[in-house]
Ligand binder design. Structure first.
Ligand code: AMP
Length: 410
C-alpha cells in the first residue's frame, strides 16, 4: 500500500476525506479547531508536491440540505490554516462540484459542501415513515445502498487519487470513507498522516505493548463500555475502573451506593467482569473511597466516605483521596497506558480532582518513558481542561472510531 511519504502528488488531483466536524457556537464560530489542524499536514504535503486537493467532510448531523451545517462556516479557517485561498463548491455532487474540481490547478484547493446533505453518504434512507411495512423499509434500504455506490463513484470521478484522513469517521462504511476506495486501484489510494498516526498509536498500545499495560476506564455507564472492557480483559495487566460505573460494581459486590448512578440490570455483568479479571490474572483496580455530594451540583455539600458506605440522599461524583493514591501508584509503574473516560464529574471543578490526579500520574509515567494514549471524547476534554494534552504521548481525535478499534473491530 502507498504511504504519504512515498507518494508523489505532482500533477495529481487528490480527493481527501477529512473529519472537519468541529464544534460551532450559535454564531457559527469554531470553538475548537483541533480536527482541522489535524488534517493540515496531509493537505499541505499534497499541495507542496504540486498536486491539488478536493476536500470532502461532513459537519454535524443534517437531515438534508441545511445552512446551519454548511461547511462555508469553516471555509475561512481552512484557508487560514492551509495558507492558500480555498475555493468552495456549494454542493458536493452537482454541476458546480464537477466543474470546480475539473478546473483545479496544481497547488489549488477546493472544499466541497457537507457530504451528509445527501442520505447516500451514509447509505441509510431518511424520512422513512414509521408505518412503512418491512418490505417498504427493505426496498428503501436497498435503493439507498445503490445511491451510495453511485455517489461514491461520482466523488471518485473528481480525482486521480484518494486519501482518507478522517479517523473520526473511520468506523463508518460511508460513501466517501469506504465505498469510494473501490473506485481507485491499490496504487492510488492511501491513508493520510493523521489516520496513520492514529493507527500507529493504537497498534503501539494493543499490539506492540510494553508492559505493564494499564487501562483506565471511566465515564458514566458500564453499558456503553462493555465490549471494550471485555477486550481489554484479555490484553491488560491492570484495569482501573473509575467514574459513574464504579457504583454498578460496588452495588454488585454488596456495597451501599446511596443515590449514585447505577445500572441495576448490569450487576451480573459487573460480577462476571470481576470473575473474568480473576480468571485472566488481571489486576482489576476498583475505588476504595468516594467524594460524595448531596445534590448533582458543583456547590453541593461533600464528604469523603468508603465507596460501599454511601448514605441515601448522597451520590458519588468523584473518587476519594485514597483511591487517587491507589490509582496513581499503579499508573506510575506502567509502561503502556490507555485512558478513556473521567473518574468523576470533571465538568464540576469540585469533582475534577480524581480525573486530574489520574492525568498527572499519566504525565509522570510518560515522562518516565511510558507510552500514553488518551481518547474517546471526555478524556480528551479532561486533558485539555487540565492543560496536559501535550504531555500525553498521543491524544486521539476519534471518539467512537478509537473505541471500536480498541474493541478489536475492523
Ligand atoms: P462517557 O461519555 O460514558 O465517557 O461519560 C462521560 C461522563 O461521565 C462525563 O460527562 C462525566 O461527568 C460523567 N461521570 C463521571 N463520573 C460520574 C459519576 N460518578 N456520576 C455521574 N456522572 C459521572
Amino acid at each position: 500500500m502507498q504511504t504519504m511519504d512515498n507518494f508523489n502528488f505532482a500533477g495529481q488531483k487528490a480527493f481527501v476525506r477529512v473529519d472537519f466536524n468541529v464544534p460551532l457556537d450559535e454564531n457559527f464560530t469554531i470553538t475548537d479547531d483541533t480536527r482541522i489542524r489535524a488534517a493540515i499536514p496531509t493537505l499541505k504535503k499534497i499541495l507542496a508536491d504540486g498536486g491539488s486537493v478536493i476536500i470532502g467532510s461532513h459537519l454535524g448531523r443534517p437531515k438534508g440540505v441545511d445552512g446551519k451545517f454548511s461547511l462555508q462556516h469553516i471555509l475561512p479557517r481552512v484557508s487560514e490554516l492551509l495558507g492558500v485561498k480555498v475555493e468552495f463548491a456549494n454542493d458536493c455532487l452537482g454541476q458546480e462540484a464537477v466543474e470546480k474540481s475539473a478546473a483545479l490547478q496544481p497547488g489549488q484547493a477546493l472544499l466541497l459542501e457537507n457530504l451528509r446533505f445527501y442520505a447516500a453518504e451514509e447509505g441509510k434512507p431518511r424520512g422513512l415513515k414509521e408505518e412503512a411495512t418491512d418490505e417498504e423499509k427493505a426496498a428503501a434500504k436497498k435503493a439507498e445502498k445503490a445511491n451510495q455506490k453511485e455517489t461514491a463513484k461520482q466523488l471518485a470521478s473528481y480525482a486521480s487519487v484518494y486519501v482518507n484522513d478522517a479517523f473520526g469517521t473511520a468506523h463508518r462504511a460511508h460513501a466517501s470513507t469506504a465505498i469510494i476506495a473501490d473506485f481507485f486501484d491499490t496504487d492510488h489510494k492511501l491513508f493520510g498522516y493523521l489516520m496513520q498516526k492514529e493507527i500507529d498509536a493504537v497498534e503501539k498500545v494493543m499490539k506492540n505493548t510494553a508492559r505493564p499495560f494499564t487501562a483506565i476506564m471511566g465515564g458514566s455507564k458500564v453499558s456503553s463500555k462493555i465490549d471494550i472492557i471485555e477486550n481489554l480483559l484479555t490484553k491488560v495487566d491492570n484495569l482501573i475502573i473509575g467514574g459513574g460505573m464504579t457504583y454498578t460494581f460496588t452495588k454488585a459486590l454488596g456495597g451501599k451506593i446511596g443515590d449514585s448512578i447505577c445500572e441495576d440490570d448490569k450487576l451480573d455483568l459487573a460480577l462476571s467482569l470481576i470473575q473474568k479479571a480473576k480468571d485472566n490474572n488481571i489486576n482489576l483496580v476498583l475505588a476504595d473511597d468516594a467524594k460524595i455530594a448531596d445534590s448533582f451540583s458543583n456547590d453541593a455539600n461533600t464528604q469523603i466516605v468508603p465507596v460501599g458506605e454511601i448514605p441515601d440522599g448522597w451520590e458519588g461524583l468523584d473518587i476519594g483521596p485514597e483511591t487517587e493514591k491507589k490509582f496513581a501508584e499503579v499508573i506510575e509503574k506502567s509502561k503502556t497506558i490507555l485512558w478513556n473516560g473521567p473518574t468523576g464529574v470533571f465538568e464540576f471543578d469540585n469533582f475534577a480532582g480524581g480525573s486530574k490526579a489520574v492525568g498527572m500520574a499519566i504525565v509522570k509515567a510518560t515522562e518516565n518513558g511510558a507510552f500514553s494514549l488518551v481518547g474517546g471524547g471526555d478524556s480528551v476534554a479532561c486533558v485539555n481542561k487540565f492543560g496536559i494534552a501535550d504531555k500525553m504521548s498521543y491524544v486521539s481525535t476519534g471518539g467512537g472510531a478509537l473505541l471500536e478499534f480498541i474493541e478489536g473491530k475492523e
